[in-house]
Design a protein around this ligand. Structure first.
Ligand code: FE
Ligand code: FE
Ligand code: ZN
Length: 295
């Protein structure tokens, strides 16, 4: 299977433009914000653009696309108004993503802002139950992913145990809904290399150990996407400052192991490094050059 790699792109020109830009820089996947990252109104879907995109993506082997929720959305917020806004944005995004079946939708679990982990987890589970209840019969055509976080401030989702707790809380509520399939897991995970490193996991010295811990706690079957970012800071810094690939504390050797690891190599990789398009083109070429034939 050829490498699935791409980067975050501006959605200003629509879906077809993003896919064409991706292909022009050597990518076959891409990520985008569903709306202004500060959480403003989303542009309405243009059916002609979506149709052209779907034809182009099929012809060029582009996908899966990864839609990123606004990072200001806080499902665990203390104020009801903040949580209701998160729920509204989440459902509205998933409705628009019905036009592009098979997409991934990634969100930051949120920050408990002093309410404590337990209260924060309960808020997130409530949001996800609401989102599932709003799904058409058979569920959304999009897979919802929780992103692993660096643990900045009161962020939820730093540890694999917390990710597991969030998923369990949400799935135990959503399991009671009549509109969803019971067989498949409802939620997946997007692992961000900068975040797990800043969160304390030694993906440089012990990638196997970290992936074993993930498998025991969350289950590798849930892992659906990788955010590839180097980090400006030391392990366990809880900072979340992305660096260009090979220029930070994670380093190029670790990325060689990441993109070749048998448990990761077939997943889609999305760059969110501080790069312009030319920089992304170079990083994609670099990461492709690190790929070895599968064993
Ligand atoms: Fe993110
Ligand atoms: Fe990320
Ligand atoms: Zn980040």
């Amino acid at each position: 299977m050829s490498m699935k790699i791409g980067c975050h792109l501006s959605s200003a020109g629509g879906y077809l433009a993003m896919a064409q830009t991706a292909v022009s820089i050597g990518a076959n996947v891409f990520q985008f914000f569903t709306r202004n990252p500060r959480g403003g109104a989303a542009k309405p879907i243009d059916p002609a653009d979506v149709a052209a995109f779907r034809a182009y993506a099929a012809a060029n082997g582009v996908g899966p696309i990864l839609a990123h929720a606004p990072y200001t959305l806080n499902a665990a917020g203390a104020e009801a108004r903040v949580r209701e806004f998160a729920a509204h944005v989440f459902v509205d995004d998933l409705k628009r993503l019905e036009a592009t079946p098979g997409a991934l939708y990634n969100f930051h679990p949120g920050s408990h802002v002093g309410q404590g982990v337990e209260a924060g987890v309960a808020h997130v589970a409530n949001l996800l139950r609401h989102v599932c209840a709003a799904a058409p019969t058979g569920g959304w055509k999009t897979t919802i992913l929780l992103e692993t976080m660096a643990g900045k401030g009161s962020e939820l989702g730093r540890s694999f145990e917390e990710i597991r707790t969030l998923i369990d809380a949400a799935e135990s509520q959503a399991a009671k809904l009549p509109n969803l399939p019971t067989a498949k897991p409802l939620f997946g995970v997007c692992l961000d290399t900068c975040h797990v490193w800043d969160g304390g996991y030694d993906i440089v010295g012990d990638l196997d150990g970290v992936l074993d811990a993930f498998d025991r706690t969350v289950g590798l079957a849930r892992l659906k996407a990788i955010h590839l970012n180097d980090s400006m800071n030391a392990r366990d810094s809880h900072k979340d400052r992305h660096e260009k690939i090979g220029k930070g504390k994670i380093g190029l050797d670790a990325f060689r192991r990441l993109v070749n690891h048998p448990k990761l190599r077939d997943l889609p990789f999305y760059l969110e490094t501080p790069c312009d398009l030319q920089g992304y083109r170079d990083e994609i070429a670099l990461l492709k050059s690190l790929r070895e034939p599968s064993a």
